[in-house]
Design a protein around this ligand. Structure first.
Ligand SMILES: [Fe+2]
Length: 346
């Protein structure tokens, strides 16, 4: 990292430390990509010097960088590997443990830059590939969350394997139920719930994964208030892997297109976690996840209910559901503008 004068910062430079106001509240979070609005606000507050990463700029401000292209290719390769793991299992062959470990190693070995990963996860949303991309996306979100929580390397590997395998039990659920567009009957929902137990058995039978991976696969739909399934166990009985997986699973599911609904914006997902999600998910994990993942969306293009398109200029750490959007030459603070809202990401 290096120290630079705020006046000398360029759009896309990435902050290497949190910036606080005089009351000690974070006003711009670490890893935020700078833009003209943020630089203007820093100047306005009298902040003259900041620290930025010296290893490059946010790729979302430039054309595809070589690291982004590599991340995209590696991601597509892993999707294809997951497709073959699932097809083999569905054909009655055993779980291809070597392939799972190979994908997990690629995710964990640090070849991916966090910004590149998050960009790939947001761009590569192929509806027909949801079954495969969802497993991979959840594995990436668990890896990032593990890093943000400062877990050790072995724990991150465990979390990633659980992410890759969490829905593997769905191979045993009839495809008509999995792809049903209309409301599921009670019996059908009871059948869907069994994917957690089927998944646990498949991973356990493979005899190559730690017990924590098996348990997280079994418990990824459990909730801390005992409202989940298959056993409705509560917070005390859930380990950190199950709780990380629960957040990653729901976030990716909400922000992806499904057979029965269009994707929500990340801001709708943030809102859910901040409201009804409070009782379902571990608060420390949710806050760590939201505070870090939200920063990534600075610079993203959005389409508003007014028909306007804009670019996310700033996401206040205290109010991540209502960003500041640059529309043409003006900055609109959605927290103060009741007439505008984000319809979708562009
Ligand atoms: Fe699941």
């Amino acid at each position: 990292m290096k120290s630079v004068a705020v006046d000398k910062c360029r759009t896309g430079d990435i902050l290497a430390e949190d910036i606080f106001n005089r009351y000690g509240a974070v006003i711009v979070a670490k890893n935020t990509a700078l833009n003209s609005y943020i630089v203007y606000k820093l100047n306005e507050m009298g902040i003259q010097q900041i620290r930025i990463h010296d290893d490059g700029r946010n790729s979302s401000y430039s054309d595809e960088s070589s690291t982004y292209r590599k991340a995209k290719e590696a991601y597509r390769e892993s999707v294809s590997d997951i497709r073959s793991i699932i097809s083999e299992l569905a054909a009655g062959r055993p779980l291809n443990v070597d392939k799972v470990i190979d994908i997990s190693d690629k995710i964990c070995c640090g070849i991916y830059d966090s910004h590149d990963i998050l960009r790939v996860l947001n761009v590569e949303k192929d509806f027909d590939e949801y079954t495969y991309t969802h497993s991979l996306n959840v594995a990436f979100y668990t890896m990032l969350t593990g890093k943000w929580l400062n877990l050790d390397k072995d724990s991150i590997r465990t979390a990633v394997k659980a992410g890759l395998l969490h829905d593997i039990g769905k191979v045993k659920i009839p495809i008509e139920i999995l792809n049903k567009k209309s409301h599921l009957s009670d019996e059908e929902f009871e059948e869907i719930k069994k994917h957690t137990i089927y998944g646990y058995n498949l991973v356990k039978e493979a005899k190559q994964f730690p017990e924590e991976v098996c348990r997280a696969v079994l418990s990824h739909h459990e909730r801390i208030d005992k409202s989940g399934y298959p056993f409705a166990i509560g917070c005390e009985k859930l380990d950190i892997f199950s709780k990380i997986l629960a957040v990653a699973d729901v976030y990716d599911a909400m922000t992806s297109d499904r057979v029965y609904k269009k994707r929500d914006t990340p801001f709708i997902a943030f809102e859910m976690f901040k409201t009804e999600g409070v009782k379902n998910f571990d608060p420390k994990i949710v806050n760590t996840f939201l505070n870090n993942v939200s920063v990534f969306y600075v610079g993203s293009k959005v389409f508003l209910n007014t028909g306007e398109t804009g670019k996310i200029a700033y996401i206040p750490p205290q109010s991540i559901t209502e960003p500041v959007v640059k529309i043409g030459y003006k900055y609109v603070d959605l927290a103060k503008d009741g007439s505008r809202s984000i319809l979708c990401m562009v």
